[in-house]
Design a binder for this molecule. Sequence first.
Ligand SMILES: [Zn+2]
Length: 143
Amino acid sequence: MNQKLKLAVLVIVIVIAIGFMIKQFQPKKISTPPDTVEEILVDVKANKLFLKSVKIGTGAYPTTSPFSEGNNAYLAVQCADCKALFAVQGQPPMEGPFDLEIWTPACPVCGSKNFLPKPEFPAGKKSVDLPGPVHVVKLPLKK
Ligand SMILES: [Zn+2]
């Protein structure tokens, strides 16, 4: 009887120990920041402005678009002065010195260097038709 009681206690201890171990190994819930961002892109072939979920840090343009075949989608930029919408091509270097002058596009319509933080986009929509053709401004600009 005494032997059985010892065994029972031992089993209980082991069960509790396993329970603790499982708790230890359970992944802690850490709220991770979103790894994708919704970018406003412009398809210069189909003349469409559309939203695309892009993984942060992996955005390379031009990229694919659901509206035409090939890599025709660029980041869309809208002029704050004349409201012209255009595409920019080129990625600023991730490291090293950053020359704001050559990486700031000039509006192909009015030459302004003022831009909206994000192009205007109707809420609730996924894509918008553009009259086109959409200008593509290649960066970096030559000095
Ligand atoms: Zn402009």
